[in-house]
Design a protein around this ligand. Sequence first.
Ligand code: BTN
Length: 251
Amino acid sequence: MGFDLDWVRRHCPGRNLVWLEQTTSTMLEAERLVEAGCPAGTVVGAEAQTAGRGRLGRNWHSQEGAGLYFTIVLKPDLALNLLPVITLALGLAVQEAVVSATGTTCDLKWPNDLMADGRKCAGILVEMQGRAVIAGIGVNVNQTTFPPELSSLATSLRVVTGKPQSREQLLVALLHSIDHYVGLISTEGREAVLRLYTLASSYVRGRRVAVEQENQTLTGTTDGLDEAGFLLLRAADGRRITIRAGGVRPV
Ligand code: BTN
């Protein structure tokens, strides 16, 4: 089904919104827009991506017209220090927007996977681009099937709720909640975001997990977030390890 961009624009007055039929990756499009001096809050989305990027060098499956694939340009002060907490704020924003647009609740798997029925329904990729931050968000909205390699790992909001969902309504809800949660970092401080994330995610405390890193797999029980937003892991020998990157999975 076609994407009603006019409806989205009417509900997001003043937003610089670029929407493409197809691109390699909206992250690349955002890089170009930042280089050309686009304003903070600029959004570039696409109906399909031929080389959607995920975290940890993975691809992001971007079936045409089925999901939301977009990147938003943020221009916070001291962006470098804030990258982990911006990532968490975006997770909270996606979680809240999904509830308000579809009525379904998702869990947050640190740092930025949205999980529904134990499978991933959205992901967030945050990168620095000069002094700006480009935040890519992919949401599986109306997919009914996934490629075999993803079928046990991924789900969509349509599958979870049992009915098709409006991508336009979800995008509008997402842009409002992104403004809100990213804004909280400057109005309430990063601690507010860490507190909210700890409440919103079942993964932050007391969860047995394995963390896949480049050259090792760590296992332990999650033990909260540090002041930067990194995950703390209590290993079997009692050591407390700070997890700065890597894929977390329940064990
Ligand atoms: C993840 O691995 O969980 C992050 C996935 C991020 C995917 C989105 S889709 C829109 C934007 N463009 C990309 O190429 N990737 C992000």
